[in-house]
Design a protein around this ligand. Sequence first.
Ligand code: CO
Length: 212
Amino acid sequence: MVVSVPTTKQNDLSMSSIEHLFAYNKQWAANHVNDDPQFFKRLSDQQAPEYLWIGCSDSRVPANQLLGLAPGEVFVHRNIANQVVHSDLNCLSVLQYAVEVLKVKHIIVCGHYGCGGVIASMDNESRGLMDNWLRHIKDVYRFHREKLDAVTDQRERANLLCELNVMEQVANVANSSILRKAWDKNHNITVHGFIYNLHDGILKDLSVSVRG
Ligand code: CO
């Protein structure tokens, strides 16, 4: 569906800093109803997405838009550097709901090159609370130190860590009690690892899909 809405930039010029969001939203809703009068009625009755997206919080990597999916088509969890941590109740609850209630068929862990969280994990600066979160990415570095240290270009090394981080999180999803239980019951779910390029908007499949 092609939705034509005024950009937030255009509206910034004429409205207060937050009012334009309501104007944008009204126009967006009206466009959907115009294209499909039952759109919101249908969605309010139920959601049945086929995909769970676990991605980075980065504002430049929005799941729905870059996959061309409409509301209702992808269940989304995002955090800094697309982590799947075995003690993170937030992520695990999303995972359980997606698998057991929504019965998604595909789980996509998506990272992106130039990820600020991944880059921040590579230095020894202190950033307060978030150091505890970045610690998980430092662990990924430690697992693959030899391979990473062999890359001399700083940016290339960070991008390799972005890829390795996705692969690690795919393994974390696949090793979770939730996926093990689902696969034991022969549920048809595949876990994928993708990486997104901010420079051209293109998604790449890292070919690490796990299907039971
Ligand atoms: Co990021």
